[in-house]
Design a protein around this ligand. Sequence first.
Ligand code: HXC
Length: 258
Amino acid sequence: MAYKNIIVETEDHVTLVKLHRPDALNALNLELLGELGEALAEAQANDKVRCIVITGSEKAFAAGADIKMMAEKSFVDVFAGDLFTAEEQAIMRIRKPIIAAVSGYALGGGCELAMMCDFIIAADTAKFGQPEVNLGVMAGIGGTQRLTKLVGRAKSMDMNLTGRFMDAEEAECSGLVSRVVPAKKLMSEAMSAAAKIAEKSMITVMAIKETVNRAEQLPLTEGLLFERRVFHSLFATEDQKEGMAAFNEKREPQFRDR
Ligand code: HXC
């Protein structure tokens, strides 16, 4: 499908979604977010797709929600219209893994979008921030919640209250990103991580995503029980038989998502 604000390519079991509003540093308006939701739903429904990568441009992953779009909105507009709720849900309902490949600015809603992905690979040029405080508002799709769980209260308060940016090195030390790579290698690193995931059993991969995400929501004993039961349930799959047989026979497994 042709989109206006994103570019979507699927190759070798990986869908790459490139945010594409070059004149606005990929600021997230409702049209872009709607297209992103559609592209992700399509990738979820396509059996050939086994992993998704979201990226932006060299200068900006996304510089936030579109300030021009929000400037004149009233409380009633955003509350009654439930601004950004459907858009967030469209991303969070995707069960296939999503990697964010971040170069340059990931600010406000851009940082929040990256955090909605399953992990973030950052270029050494990446800058993360929740500068909404400078606009007389605050983060609205995870910048006070997901960020606090990822980097802890001290750094989250610092970023949300001062609006300062975190560079890639600090983001890696703080647990916000999983790896930092030279900017030139960002896409090859992200695509090869996606290709690695695409080799696995989709059943296992989706079970892992669901279980790791439970860690943020459940008390430890409940999370451990959920994990154990999902682990047990994977023994009902053919892919468990294949994976373990392949190890014992010293060959590569041929997973069939069954
Ligand atoms: C709309 C934006 C934008 C944004 C940049 N632009 N960020 N338009 N919404 N969030 C536009 C600029 O207006 C400008 O367009 C063009 O992109 C280039 O930006 P410049 O500012 O000229 O670039 P530069 O000087 O390099 O500065 C880069 C920047 C700065 C530091 C990233 O653009 C910036 O501070 N942007 C806003 C960051 C921010 O506050 N984000 C949070 C948004 S609120 P023109 O037409 O003028 O050339 C938010 C709420 C989330 O995200 C809560 C719920 C989702």
